[in-house]
Write a protein that binds this ligand. Sequence first.
Ligand code: SAM
Length: 277
Amino acid sequence: MENTLAPGLYIVATPIGNLGDLSPRASMILSQADVVAVEDSRVTAGLLRHIGVKRPMQPYHDHNADAVRPGLIARMGSEAVALVSDAGTPLISDPGYKLVRDARAAGHTVVTIPGPCAAIAALTLAGLPTDRFFFLGFLPSKAHARAEAIAEVAAIKATLVLYESGPRLSACLSALAEGLGDREAGVAREITKKFEECVTGTLSTLAARYAEAPPKGEIVIIVGPPGEASPATLEDGEAALVEALTRLPASKAAGEVAKKLGLDRKALYARAMELKG
Ligand code: SAM
C-alpha cells in the first residue's frame, strides 16, 4: 500500500481484548506508518497479522526508551511514526509521554487516534458517578507505600480508578477500605473478552469475595467518591472506637476511626477519654 501519511507522530489506541475494537482509522494508520514503535513486537505482530499488514517495528519500552527516543524523533521529520502499546491507549500507564513531549518540542505534528482504554471502559460498567474521576494507575505493591498513596487521595471528591493484578486484588481492596472507608466499588475484569464481568459491592465485601479466590485476568478497580456509602452512625463510631482502643492510645484511636468513618475527630477523642475512664 502506498504511504500517504504526513510525517509526524501518530498515537494509536489498540484493543484491550476484542480485536473487533480496532478502529478503521487505527487500522489505516498502522497499515501506512513507516515504523511502529511497540512495547512488545510479538504482541503487535499479532495485531498487524490480524489486519493483514507487515510494518517495520521499533521496540520502545521502559528499558530502552531513553536510548531509542532521539532516533524516533529524528525520523518524525520525514516519516510517519506510529506509537502503540500492547493493549489500549498508549501513555495511560504505558510508555509514551516523553516521546510526545520531545516530538512537540521538535515541532513535529502529533496526531492521536483514540480508542479502547481499560480505565474508561471500566467506568462505563461500574454504575458509579462518572462526572469527576481520578485515575491512580497501579498503586505501589508494598503495603506501607500503598497505604500512603491511598491516604493521599482519601479526601478527593471523585470516583477513583485503579489498575490491579488478580493476586493482589483482595489485599488492595482491603487497604482501600481501611484508608477510604467502606465505599461502594466495582471490580471490572477481562473487559471486552469472553469472561468479561463487573462485580459491584462495598470495598470490604469485594475484598472478602476475592480473598477466597483470587481472580484470573486483567482488572480495573472503581471506587465511588466519599459519601457514596451510607454514612456511619454514632453506634458505628462507638463500636469502632471501642475496638481501636484495644490496640491504640486514645488520640490515635480517635484519629483512625475519624478517618475510616468520616466522623468528627474531636468528639471521638472526648468519647475515647470517657471510655478509658
Ligand atoms: N494503556 C492501557 C489502557 O489504555 O488501558 C493500560 C495498560 S496497563 C500496563 C495494563 C492494565 O490495564 C492491566 O494490568 C489491567 O489493570 C488494565 N487492563 C488492560 N486491559 C484490561 C481488560 N481487558 N480488562 C480489565 N482491565 C484491563
